[in-house]
Design a protein around this ligand. Structure first.
Ligand code: FES
Ligand code: MG
Length: 589
């Protein structure tokens, strides 16, 4: 196994320091508490950290509390020493005021642990949305040999013969409830049926997207992302990951050799092909910035022209089990590679190239993973928009239904241009309080705008842009209105929204100056989105000052606001990105 017998791991600076036997004694003695022996710790074998994201507070990742036994087995069998440690929990659905605050906090914690403790390589356990980007951001900052092991999606949810997917069924159910088609009891039953087992969201929401991204970037073993949490292959993948991380430690193959610009462009293509979550935009940007890779907001344009290949909710019909059986991420990568849309030469955690990893992995279920030449939709990626409302925002065009296109986007001779009357809400509470207020005159030509929901405003950037129309419109069968906001939207949403607007209103972006009743014009061909308000009027409104945002409620919120950037730049802690490869030097005693 040890093909590099002379490698001295950094953990030996703790456990085998000939100059400081007093320190070495201190470092060694307390590990005896758990029955580990000095002989093991001084054997020269790599110590492999297992970053445990599962807990009762993080149910999407809770499977890792069990899976970790198989990771440990793999590490031991391959000649390493496992050391599990906890990661700050991130639970997308439950964390108030938003889980987005926790991505950067978990990142900070991971960096400090991996830098400051005797760890030579690391398995990052992931699942729920932000657990994956926080892991990969930390992987770059620390640059120890690393593998991402996801916990997998839940089994497919079913209710009365209907496939009900995480999140997506909640958005649908809310509309059915508002339209009077179901009662509250039925709404609950429908929503709860979407979560039939351990695992993360079973739709192509942010969790499935980000774990697919980890695989596309080359940071997970092939096939890892899509295996449903309860399947036997999940435990087998955990074992294989444990074995492989030990080899990686000996090979000293590090994230900086894998997370290249080419790898990030592969991820952009993959996100389009799978119909991935719009949250991938800030997360991929954050990971690229921590990796020091030249990758910018404009690089999403590459993805826009690519097709949607994966028929999975919310852009399509199916859920995670069917996607896994259809071949999962390797089959998607295979398809993109045949079409010349990926760089197959990039290195991955297998020690082989992406092209080698996915050789022969053509899908066996063409209803779920279509051939590249016969996609579900063409030009399915995120459209990047700019104008006087923001410098940058994205729109996920793959979820725009044909009916919606007919109603809003196709004026004779002006295809893909539409305009509407703005109805502006200051935060989610304002939206819920007033959406059914008849005096707002919300009609089919309205565009719903929400501000105060970005990184500074919320704080943390909230998934609130997918606002549903007022009940009166829903009852008439109008299920969606265009929405614009400086927050995010759930990856499970099928709402046609313009989101992640940067700079946000609270940072003085154009959204701060729009008023209810203004006309907004959106041109999808030129990528423009503007309020049709004269410059002098905008200047006058600036004198009225920024819309108010709530004060910070915790110390972390204040620290976060003091250093966070905007969503177009990944909403990272701006002071953090200059730190790279920090574990290359062992900390002082
Ligand atoms: Fe955790 Fe969706 S809420 S994965
Ligand atoms: Mg989400």
């Amino acid at each position: 196994m040890n093909t590099f017998p002379n490698r001295r791991f950094r953990s030996q600076d703790w456990f085998d320091d000939p100059e400081r036997i007093d320190q070495t004694a201190l470092y060694l003695e307390r590990f005896m508490n758990s029955g580990v022996t000095p002989g093991e710790l001084r054997s020269g074998k790599p110590i492999v950290g297992i970053a445990q994201t599962g807990s009762d507070l993080a149910p999407c990742n809770r499977i890792h509390l069990d899976l970790v036994t198989r990771v440990r087995d793999g590490i031991r069998d391959a000649g390493g020493i496992p050391m599990e440690f906890p990661v700050h929990p991130i639970f997308e659905n439950c964390r108030r005021p938003t889980a987005a605050l926790d991505r950067n906090l978990a990142y900070l914690g991971l960096v400090e642990i991996l830098y400051g403790y005797p760890i030579d390589a690391v398995v990052f356990t992931t699942g729920c949305d932000k657990t994956t980007p926080s892991a990969l951001m930390a992987a770059s900052t620390v640059d120890l040999p690393s593998i991402v092991l996801s916990g997998g999606p839940m089994l497919d949810g079913w209710f009365e013969g209907e496939l009900v997917g995480s999140g997506t069924i909640v958005w649908k159910g809310r509309r059915r409830l508002a339209a009077g088609l179901i009662d509250e009891e039925q709404f609950l039953e429908l929503a709860l049926a979407s979560a039939p087992s351990a695992g993360h969201c079973n739709t192509m929401g942010t969790a499935s997207t980000m774990n697919a991204v980890a695989e596309a970037l080359g940071m997970s073993l092939p096939g890892c992302a899509a295996i449903p949490a309860p399947y036997r292959e999940r435990g087998q993948m955990a074992y294989a990951t444990g074995r492989r991380i030990v080899e990686l430690a000996y090979e000293d193959l590090r994230p900086s050799q894998i997370l290249t610009r080419a790898a990030f462009l592969n991820a952009v293509a993959t996100i389009t092909a799978i119909g991935g979550s719009t949250n991938a935009q800030p997360h991929l940007m954050a990971m690229a910035r921590h990796a020091g890779v030249d990758f910018g907001p404009q690089d999403w344009r590459l993805g826009h022209d690519l097709p949607l290949l994966v028929n999975m909710q919310p852009a399509g019909q199916y859920l995670g089990e069917r996607f896994h059986r259809a071949g999962g991420v390797p089959a998607v990568l295979w398809e993109l590679l045949q079409a010349g849309k990926l760089d197959g030469e990039v290195m991955t955690v297998t020690g082989r190239t992406l092209a080698e990893n996915v050789a022969g992995r053509e899908s066996t279920d063409r209803e779920v993973i279509t051939p590249y030449a016969a996609p579900l939709k063409t030009q399915a990626g995120f459209l990047v928009l700019s104008g006087n409302l923001f410098d940058f925002a994205i729109m996920k065009t793959s979820v725009i239904s044909d009916a919606f296109r007919q109603r809003y986007l196709s004026e004779p001779g002006k295809e893909n241009t539409f305009s509407g009357r703005a109805v502006v809400f200051d935060g989610a509470e304002d939206y819920h309080a007033r959406i059914n207020d008849a005096s707002l005159n919300i009609g089919e030509d309205s565009i719903l705008v929400i501000r105060g929901s970005g990184p500074l405003g919320w704080p943390g950037s909230a998934e609130v842009v997918n606002m549903q129309p007022p009940d009166a419109l829903l009852q008439r069968g109008v299920t969606a209105l265009p929405t614009i906001g400086d927050g995010r939207q759930s990856g499970t949403s099928d709402s046609p929204s313009i989101l992640n607007a940067s700079p946000e209103s609270a940072a003085g972006g154009g959204l701060a100056w729009i008023r209810t009743g203004d006309r907004i014009q959106i041109d999808l061909n030129s990528g423009r989105c503007d309020m049709l308000v004269p410059e002098e009027e905008i200047a006058r409104r600036r004198l009225e000052g920024l819309p108010p945002v709530p004060p910070s409620a915790t110390p972390w919120q204040e620290l976060y606001r003091a250093t966070v950037g905007q969503l177009d730049q990944g909403a990272v802690l701006e002071d953090a990105v200059k730190y790279r490869r920090v574990a290359a030097k062992t900390p002082r005693h």
